[in-house]
Design a protein. Structure first.
Length: 259
């Protein structure tokens, strides 16, 4: 499934590139207002767990989750409730997102914004910056070492931050090898969609002091957040629970959980 999602996203980007060539997107990326310092925004805070709140309509494992007619309004609610960053799914086929969602969210909030997608080409990184993203997701399992290194370097050249997503100790080592400042551990296996909430606790020790540690997926309750916090999470990335519940109340609860 990860291979299919990555190929689909790359194909969609290629289609956009036919209308908007790389040089043009590069120019827009370089002309965009500077990226915010996302590593600083997500850094460990003894007083609170940082929440990355996600704008998420659907997913291949869960189907339709929430319609979200106004992603900008949702993101503004997230930010005023205290979200440290906003994640915007831009994958079109299975997650029903778009770069347009990211642009309207960028205009609506002052916290860092993450492009959440199956990014595998420099064009997609440049598009993210041109749309105003501060963070780009790089999924280690979807990229070989050369590609991961190339994309991480481009993200850095654009003064953005990569959220480097892992699902095993070996992938953590690969994230560290490219100098990741923000490392995510996804509880969901993107090939099988199997969920393993204990994975974070098992592999987090592999991450030395320094990088920000983010627990991703299937955070439903303050108890989930407290468990992640107890094993060393600086931040949690939450989608479904927020778009199907009361986002402001949940963000407040999650921030305090385990702090
Ligand atoms: O809706 P959830 O279970 O709270 O999960 C959010 C986020 O972790 C999930 O959307 C995600 C994590 N890594 C990804 C990679 C691609 C697409 C989506 C994701």
């Amino acid at each position: 499934m990860l291979v299919e999602l990555t190929a689909g996203s790359a194909e969609d980007a290629q289609r956009r590139e036919a209308d908007r060539p790389l040089l043009e997107v590069e120019r827009a990326a370089l002309a965009a207002p500077p990226a915010l310092d996302a590593a600083a925004a997500l850094a460990h805070d003894p007083q609170r767990t940082k929440v990355i709140a996600e704008v998420k309509r659907a997913s291949p494992s869960r189907g339709d989750i929430a319609p979200i007619a106004d992603p900008a309004a949702l993101a503004a609610d997230y930010a005023s409730a205290g979200a440290a960053a906003i994640s915007v799914l831009t994958e079109e086929r299975r997650f029903k997102g778009s770069l347009r969602d990211l642009e309207v969210v960028r205009a609506a909030v002052e916290v860092p914004v993450l492009r959440k997608d199956f990014v595998s080409t420099p064009y997609q990184v440049l598009e993210a910056r041109a749309a105003g993203a501060d963070l780009v997701l790089l999924i280690v399992a979807a990229l070989d070492d050369a590609r991961l290194g190339e994309l991480a370097a481009l993200v850095r050249d654009l003064r953005m931050t990569a959220l480097v997503e892992t699902h095993s100790e070996q992938e953590v080592d690969r994230a560290l090898a490219v100098g990741a400042e923000v490392i995510g551990v996804n509880a969901r296996d993107l090939d099988t969609f199997a969920l393993d909430r204990d994975l974070f606790g098992r592999i987090v020790e592999r991450i030395p002091a320094g990088p920000v540690k983010v627990a991703e997926s299937a955070v439903r309750s303050a108890a989930d957040v407290a468990a992640y916090r107890a094993t060393g999470a600086d931040a949690v990335l939450v989608g479904e629970a927020l778009v199907t519940g009361d986002p402001a109340a949940l963000i407040h609860e999650f921030e305090r959980a385990g702090a």
